[in-house]
Write a protein that binds this ligand. Structure first.
Ligand code: AMP
Ligand code: GLY
Length: 436
């Protein structure tokens, strides 16, 4: 089977590695990929947004499956363009059509969907352009902390959570009056604030049945102890002890199953991954958001735990036989630490030479913001790579990841030191001294 994978981050490197491990694979192409994905597949010189060029590529390379890593192309209708093209019949896209991608692309759409299908989530009201006054009055009726969200995709910057009503009101004015975030901010959602611990659940679906994948916790803030601004994600851990069997059963029954049923009832075909951002409120799961793809860096923690053949699962999606496939999970813990460029998520330098990857032998390195310059591997982005350690427990997985992190060097290397630390049930036990 020939596969085209779209994207260029650490998630896509992890996907490329996992796909390359499949016995069903003939050839893997990645557009555009990165130096890490080149170890597992060929670079595809094609712009997926250019449909004519994409069509020619898919036909020439006899691609059967197109796997879309990030949400952007899905929200833009990449899947629709392939499905609507009679010359591309028989190609399966892993990732929804534009309509299904609205689960991520529009917060209002996602909230209405959850409301319609009785899926637990924070109470909300949506306000459109011209309803600023109503929105401000609504703020007076609810209590702090205030949660204000731009409706559309705003690169993770469209969510404001504050105890300061003035700041919340300013966010409303910025979006509804000043056009901040452009179209994405033309509608805003004001939500009830949920208090609890966050984790992420993942599933894969063929639109009829679904399978849960391992859950993970993401570390979104740049600094140790969750300090500083939000990022794309600075690390991930899988599994998460507070997402225990009981909790995940509730996620399955109250959220995942009604989500798939709801999509069917609403006549929205859906093939691919769903990433459910959850708040665990005293043991009860609530949906914070849907994403229509795998998380980054969550994918770098969950894919190494997935023992099942990913292409076999994709084939299940393609043929509507996912229910017959089995998800086999490694019960070890995975800890993924993101190495970033100093300054990220603000300004940062690029082009710094990276060394030491060859010294990492017992952890995975998934490249993200890297490129080759004169044959040398150099930094080329804010998040440079994700280093995933595995271990029989959290402690040994953390040790494995951080050992590998120490072996990699480049100017301006930055990472959090505490990925996984908050999940320790008790302080690390020192090994008892052995006396003879
Ligand atoms: P989102 O882009 O919707 O995932 O929001 C970004 C982050 O804001 C989430 O990961 C949560 O940490 C936080 N957040 C969003 N909505 C809420 C809410 N209703 N209550 C508490 N925290 C929230
Ligand atoms: N790590 C969060 C995300 O991929 O959206």
């Amino acid at each position: 089977m020939n596969v085209l994978l779209i994207g260029s981050g650490g998630r896509e490197h992890a996907l490329a590695w996992k796909i390359a491990n499949s016995s069903l694979l003939d050839a893997l192409y990645v557009a555009p990929g990165n130096p890490g994905t080149l170890r597992h597949g060929r670079a595809a010189e094609v712009d997926p947004a250019d449909h004519k060029a994409l069509r020619a590529f898919l036909i020439e390379k006899r691609i059967r499956i197109v796997v879309v890593g990030p949400e952007g192309p899905l929200v833009d209708g990449l899947h629709d363009r392939i499905a609507d093209d009679p010359k591309l019949e028989g190609i399966t896209v892993i990732g929804p059509k534009a309509q299904g991608a609205r689960l991520e692309g529009s917060k209002d759409f996602a909230k209405e969907f959850m409301f319609r299908h009785s899926i637990p989530t924070a109470a909300h009201r949506t306000f459109a352009k011209g309803q600023l006054q109503d929105a401000l009055e609504h703020l007076d009726r609810v209590s702090a902390p205030y949660v204000v969200k731009a409706d559309g995709l705003a690169a993770g910057k469209g969510v404001i959570i504050t105890n300061d009503k003035k700041e919340a009101a300013k966010a409303l004015r910025d979006m509804l009056q000043q056009g901040k975030f452009g179209e994405a901010g033309e509608r805003v959602v004001i939500e009830q604030h949920l208090k609890g611990i966050e984790c992420s659940a993942f599933l894969i679906t063929d639109g009829e049945s679904f399978k849960m994948l391992p859950a993970a916790k993401d570390y979104k803030r740049i600094g140790n102890g969750d300090a500083g601004p939000n990022t794309g994600g600075m690390g991930a851990v899988s599994p998460v002890h507070f997402a225990d069997k009981d909790f995940m059963q509730k996620v399955h029954d109250r959220i995942a199953a009604p989500t798939i049923r709801g999509l069917r009832k609403d006549g929205i075909p859906y093939q691919g991954f769903i990433f459910i951002g959850l708040m665990n409120v005293g043991g009860e799961p609530y949906v914070i958001e849907y994403n229509v793809r795998l998380g980054d860096p969550e994918a770098e923690a969950i894919l190494p735990r997935l023992k099942s053949d990913l292409l076999d699962l994709f084939e299940g999606v393609a043929t509507g036989t996912l229910s017959e496939r089995h998800i086999d999970v490694d019960d070890r813990t995975a800890v993924s630490v993101v190495l970033a460029s100093e300054g990220y998520p603000g300004e940062y330098a690029k082009g710094k030479e990276i060394s030491g990857l060859e010294n990492v032998t017992d952890a995975y390195v998934f490249q993200a913001g890297t490129t080759l310059r004169n044959g040398k591997l150099v930094t080329n982005g804010g998040r440079v790579m994700a280093v995933t350690g595995m271990g029989k427990d959290l402690e040994s997985a953390m040790a494995s990841a951080y050992r590998a992190v120490e072996r990699i060097a480049y100017t301006g290397k930055y990472h959090r030191d505490d990925i996984g630390a908050d999940l320790r049930k008790q302080p690390a036990q020192r090994p008892a001294a052995v006396s003879r």
